[in-house]
Design a protein around this ligand. Structure first.
Ligand SMILES: *[C@@H]1O[C@H](CO)[C@@H](O)[C@H](O)[C@H]1NC(C)=O
Ligand SMILES: *[C@@H]1O[C@H](CO)[C@@H](O)[C@H](O)[C@H]1NC(C)=O
Ligand SMILES: *[C@@H]1O[C@H](CO)[C@@H](O)[C@H](O)[C@H]1NC(C)=O
Ligand SMILES: *[C@@H]1O[C@H](CO)[C@@H](O)[C@H](O)[C@H]1NC(C)=O
Ligand SMILES: *[C@@H]1O[C@H](CO)[C@@H](O)[C@H](O)[C@H]1NC(C)=O
Ligand SMILES: *[C@@H]1O[C@H](CO)[C@@H](O)[C@H](O)[C@H]1NC(C)=O
Ligand SMILES: *[C@@H]1O[C@H](CO)[C@@H](O)[C@H](O)[C@H]1NC(C)=O
Ligand SMILES: *[C@@H]1O[C@H](CO)[C@@H](O)[C@H](O)[C@H]1NC(C)=O
Length: 804
């Protein structure tokens, strides 16, 4: 194969006439954009503004390739010259206006730890229009996160801080975003935030649209053919999913140009070559200019380091295009406890399709059930990022802080229970006496959730499962004297077998004497100091057994038991920190695989994650990598918090709209509830869950098993009270979900959508889909759908429209 990295001419050689010839698809183009004029920071001298710096010897130089994209990094990293752009509102003008398909960034935020980076980039176009990337609350990733290894384009083992090495993995990340291509891109305006965590850009690369603007033919390219580690069982054999992403590199889009510039009939994708067999083609039927489609093709026979070609067939079965040779990757038979093997793991298809899970914070802290958020003004902060010690499940920590009358939890404890009541005195009052696992799984199912994640052990060290010879600090020996994890899991397995079952697990503990050796930050380990100055000054840590090592004798065996005895499908670690999770992950993945199951690990296990977990926060725009946002139904707490009035809970509207917003950006929503100490989900929480569930019952087709729409997650320019809307796709449909009811008989969307002549649009509603609705598109690209009140009868919370 001849490598033709940037010959756009050949991208346009496809024709959809009956005389179509099979054309080789060009390699997906990407071209570095020079940043020379803007360089203003030296990452190896002072990256962070307080002396933190990379070791330049560990960073790659020159041409750098990642995910099939080409970037240009400095030819050397030394003290002499600036090598990255610290964003402060700069305007990068392109040499010449360019129709663009996608932009790619190598970036890092410079905040310590996980502090969020505001990263609003604005794109400017020839026609005077502009487009904002990451317009809302954003967590661009910081260069390092305490005690966690992130997935990143460039990973170094440490950075320098104050003359010493900080051995937290330190990274540079890649982020790609679609670019509207109705008009040529002229300039990129960098974020202007210069306080807090600041955005640094190391390299930028652009994927131009096909330059032949007037071409009537398609300009297809394979963005990526990813031989994944996801699979399905066919006759007992694992069949590998290859995710193929097809781009239509033509710029802009108007309805009149279809069909020659768009795909608007069923097409299928197969993979051939090198012993490969396609068992199940990937299918799609819609691909307009500027858009991308992602499909799974199921294959057997992939080798490591082999090569394959992607064929695109039209509805008559004719091959209309063939890719250049693409590298294949083996489906792993057995994971080994090292980053090379484990880094290949990824979220399973069921998790990607599920979109919605219920998080359950339940434990000893459910008894005092208190955190007073009224005095905190965090809700007004830009990021909705909650400082962690303000959750009800942090009660144990809060009452151990030095005597402090400004700490509402400390005062509440003194007033309500008095200074002689220690945290462990609540253990017998955590009774679970009314816990009915059937009732819980029934509520979760009727809520429309596809999985749940139960806290199996929080930072207080009290486990809700049988922890064997690791400790007696659990619900089997103490409190309820029941194995709560087993009851919930077994009941779910028996009664709702399609509901997936996950466990939260805190790696560190606050006050375990055995954790003292590993303690850090807010998890010091060691017995708690009594903050009310009673004697004894050190409080008990009930249930401890004599073990030698926290990691070897407690943490690892507990996690392995959750994986192998309880068959958890999601290990939702918290905090990170010292761990033996390379061993754990290999065991977890292999055990599940031996049972024909696929499981997943979040980004707080200290090792390579499958997905990111913003907390009480969401991403402002599409993240091509998988993520899951978690948030309490209580705006202030995961654990039950009696200080919150139920009228403040997330209700049907806020649950549905959060779920849809997150889904449109390629995330999942893990909505948390906090049951009572005696095991009941309180009625206001049940009501709100069921409200959202009633919406999903008729609108689920626009949420479950959908994908994000490559060009945009939402209507970027709501016009005069026009309802904001979010978009999702499936291989054969497109959904518009409006966040306010259509008014004056119509719904208007101010974004060019992938609609084509002949498309049918229906409103989804409780009584079933409406009849097809009349629609049109204005010269400026706005969509108007005519909707009468009868068409959306009974719809509350969000108004879904399905295009097919
Ligand atoms: C930077 O990394 C290089 C390559 O590992 C190493 O040789 C060098 O000692 C490091 N620099 C410092 C100051 O530690
Ligand atoms: C990670 O960073 C924290 C905070 O600076 C530091 O205390 C800790 O020692 C670092 N971890 C390692 C392994 O260097
Ligand atoms: C694609 O369509 C073919 C033919 O209708 C069907 O057999 C196959 O299962 C479909 N593939 C997927 C992944 O749904
Ligand atoms: C438990 O909940 C189920 C489902 O709601 C109900 O049918 C059953 O009667 C309950 N059991 C008890 C003991 O209350
Ligand atoms: C707990 O039991 C397991 C299995 O019998 C054993 O391998 C392990 O050493 C025991 N741990 C302790 C701390 O006694
Ligand atoms: C909770 O809020 C509702 C509605 O605002 C109000 O009527 C009620 O009095 C409040 N309850 C408490 C205990 O504050
Ligand atoms: C739902 O909650 C939102 C945000 O708090 C609020 O604006 C709205 O009025 C609530 N809806 C209902 C029906 O209570
Ligand atoms: C589209 O439909 C709306 C509502 O019926 C109408 O007001 C508008 O004139 C139509 N626009 C075009 C371009 O036909």
């Amino acid at each position: 194969m001849i490598f033709l990295p940037f010959l756009l001419d050949i991208l346009c050689s496809l024709s959809f006439s009956n005389t179509a010839v099979t054309a080789a698809l060009a390699i997906y183009p990407s071209q570095p954009i020079g940043l020379e004029t803007l360089l203003n920071n030296n990452a190896v001298v002072d990256f962070s503004g307080n002396g933190g710096a990379f070791n330049g010897s560990l960073l790659p130089t020159g041409s750098f390739s990642y995910d099939g994209l080409t970037f240009s990094l400095p030819s050397s990293w030394d003290d002499a010259a600036d090598n990255n752009v610290l964003a402060n509102g700069q305007v990068l003008k392109l040499d010449k206006p360019t129709f663009a398909h996608e932009l790619h960034f190598l970036y890092a935020g410079d905040g310590d730890n996980a502090s969020p980076t505001l990263s609003v980039f604005t794109l400017q176009f020839s026609d005077g229009s502009s487009y904002t990337i990451n317009g809302k609350f954003v967590e661009a990733k910081s260069w390092w996160v305490w005690a966690n290894v992130n997935r990143a384009a460039i990973i170094t083992p440490y950075h320098f801080q104050g003359g010493t090495k900080n051995f937290n993995a330190t990274n540079i990340y890649e982020y790609s975003t679609a670019v509207p291509s109705e008009s040529p891109l002229t300039a990129i305006v960098f974020p202007s935030q210069t306080t807090g965590s600041r955005m640094h850009v190391f390299a930028l690369s652009i994927t131009p649209s096909s330059t032949d603007v007037n071409s009537a033919a398609l300009a297809l390219s394979i963005r990526r053919a990813h031989f994944s580690q996801r699979w399905q069982l066919v006759n007992g054999d694992r069949v590998q999913a290859v995710q193929v992403t097809i781009a239509n590199l033509l710029p802009g889009y108007t309805l009149a140009q279809s069909p020659s510039r768009a795909i608007n009939s069923p097409h299928s994708i197969e993979i051939v070559g090198d012993g490969l067999k396609t068992l199940n083609t990937g299918n799609f039927s819609r691909l307009v200019p500027g858009d991308q489609a992602r499909v799974d093709v199921f294959v057997t026979g992939a080798r490591a380091g082999g090569s394959a070609m992607v064929n695109i067939r039209d509805s008559t079965g004719k091959i209309i295009a063939t890719s250049t040779a693409l590298p294949t990757a083996l489906l792993i038979e057995e994971y080994t406890p090292d980053t090379t093997s484990l880094s290949l793991h990824e979220t399973p298809s069921w998790w990607n399709s599920a979109k919605y899970g219920i998080f359950i914070h339940w434990g000893v802290y459910s008894k005092p059930a208190f955190v007073n958020r009224a005095i905190f003004s965090w809700m007004s902060t830009e990021f909705l990022q909650a400082p962690p010690n303000q959750y009800a499940e942090w009660y144990d920590w809060d009452i151990r802080q030095p005597p402090d009358a400004s700490n509402p939890t400390w005062v509440h404890h003194l007033d309500t229970y008095g200074k002689d009541v220690a945290y462990d005195d609540f253990i017998p009052q955590f009774t679970a006496s009314k816990f009915n696992a059937s009732a819980w799984v029934d509520i979760i199912d009727r809520a429309g959730a596809k999985y749940f994640v139960l806290v199996s052990k929080h930072h207080d060290g009290f486990a809700l499962f049988d922890t064997g010879n690791t400790t007696n600090r659990n619900s089997v020996q103490l409190g309820p004297k029941r194995d709560l994890v087993a009851e919930l899991f077994q009941t779910a397995k028996d009664e709702k077998p399609d509901l997936h079952r996950g466990t939260y697990y805190s790696l560190p503990e606050w006050f375990s004497p055995d954790f003292a050796k590993y303690g850090f930050g807010s998890w010091p380990g060691g017995l708690a100091h009594n903050a009310f100055n009673t004697t004894p000054a050190l409080e008990p840590y009930t249930g401890r057994l004599d073990i030698d090592d926290y990691l070897t004798d407690l943490q690892l065996p507990q996690m392995v038991d959750l994986a192998t005895k309880y068959d958890t499908e999601i290990m939702w670690c918290d905090i990170g920190g010292p761990n033996r999770n390379l061993e754990f992950a290999a065991t977890f993945y292999n055990h599940a695989m031996s049972q024909g199951r696929q499981v997943t690990l979040n980004d707080r296990c200290g090792i390579l994650p499958d997905f990111d977990t913003p907390e009480y926060a969401t991403f402002g725009s599409i993240q091509p990598t998988k993520w899951e946002s978690s948030e309490g139904m209580d705006p202030f707490s995961y654990g039950l918090n009696l200080a919150t009035n139920a009228s403040q809970y997330k209700n049907g509207t806020t649950i549905v709209q959060s779920l849809v917003d997150i889904t449109a950006k390629n995330g999942n929503f893990l909505l948390d509830i906090g049951p009572t100490a005696d095991g009941e989900i309180i009625q206001p929480m049940v009501d709100n869950l069921l409200d959202a569930g009633s919406w999903l019952e008729f609108a689920g087709d626009c949420v479950y098993d959908t994908d994000y729409w490559f060009p945009a997650s939402e209507d970027p320019k709501p016009v005069n009270g026009t309802p904001a809307a979010r978009f999702t796709t499936t291989p054969n449909t497109f959904c518009i979900i409006a966040f306010a009811p259509p008014s004056d008989g119509s719904l208007v969307v101010g974004k060019r959508l992938p609609l084509m002549l002949g498309d049918e649009i229906v409103a989804l509603r409780p009584s079933g889909p409406s009849s097809p609705l009349a629609w049109n598109i204005s010269a400026s690209g706005d969509l108007t759908i005519q909707v009468s009140s009868a068409d959306v009868e009974g719809v509350r919370f969000a108004w879904p429209f399905r295009v097919s």
